[in-house]
Write a protein that binds this ligand. Structure first.
Ligand SMILES: O=C(O)CCC(=O)C(=O)O
Ligand SMILES: [Fe+2]
Length: 242
């Protein structure tokens, strides 16, 4: 298999700058053609097993042997993640901090219920790798982001309360309507498979737009650095990544 992209210092500094100034940063064509083909075949196997149902697979040990497990374990990816994190936050991460991988697939009728589910992630940095995005459709499931709208909270309980207020169906519906009426103006990204997107997941309210239920929309999320790692509440939230 081709080795993963080694990213130079200038690119890292552009990514950190975009994360803080724009709210989202991007490496185009991060996966080469062959790697994207392998990623797609890994996902197709899982999607086929769960015919026309949306699902998420959480945690690297659940997906052994896949391209994502190799990517998360590779020196190239870990160096990239750590250098973007350190430059972007000005902090050195705890050595015990691990990458949490989530493979997310939307397909079939229940994909609508998984869309516009606005939330904050449990971790500071989120890296998003699109693998399948519906093409030739008005409903491609764009990624929607209100970037960097809150700071890290010093209390895990405060974070939990804030998430309870925002991450429920009523608030999510209100946010969706506020966007539709132009009261909130998020960044909307038409994701491109094989590109790599970075955002501050803990600080940014985000979701995907509805997508064509006949097509497969699949993204892989790499979550890094839980600010409340020492709290029991945070340990309970972490497996969900959100
Ligand atoms: O699939 C996407 O576009 C975003 C998913 C996400 O934010 C998450 O699973 O935490
Ligand atoms: Fe998220």
């Amino acid at each position: 298999m081709p080795t993963f992209m080694e990213v130079d210092a200038d690119t890292v500094s552009r990514l950190a700058n975009d994360l803080n100034q724009v709210g989202i940063a991007l490496i185009e064509n991060y996966l080469c053609h062959e790697q994207l083909r392998m990623a797609r075949s890994d996902i197709e196997k899982e999607a086929h097993l769960r015919e026309k149902r949306s699902f998420a697979i959480r945690g690297a040990p659940d997906i052994p042997g896949t391209l994502f497990e190799r990517l998360a374990g590779s020196g190239e990816f870990q160096r990239l993640l750590l250098s973007v994190y350190s430059l972007g936050t000005g902090r050195v991460p705890s050595p015990s901090e691990k990458i949490h991988t989530v493979v997310r697939c939307l397909q079939g009728r229940d994909s609508a219920g998984e869309s516009n589910r606005f939330h904050y992630d449990a971790t500071t940095l989120t890296i998003l790798l699109p693998v399948f995005i519906p093409e030739h459709s008005t409903e491609s499931g764009r990624f929607v982001l209100l970037p960097n709208i809150r700071e890290l909270r010093c209390s895990a309980l405060l974070n939990l309360l804030e998430k309870a207020v925002i991450q429920n169906r009523i608030s999510q519906w209100l946010v969706t309507r506020a966007i539709a009426f132009g009261l909130l103006r998020p960044i909307k990204v038409a994701l491109v498979p094989g590109n790599l997107y970075f955002f501050w997941g803990y600080r940014s309210l985000h979701a995907n737009e509805p997508c064509n239920s006949q097509a497969l929309r699949s993204t892989v999320l790499f979550h890094f650095d839980n600010p409340h790692r020492c709290s029991n509440i945070a340990r309970w939230l972490m497996p969900k990544g959100r």
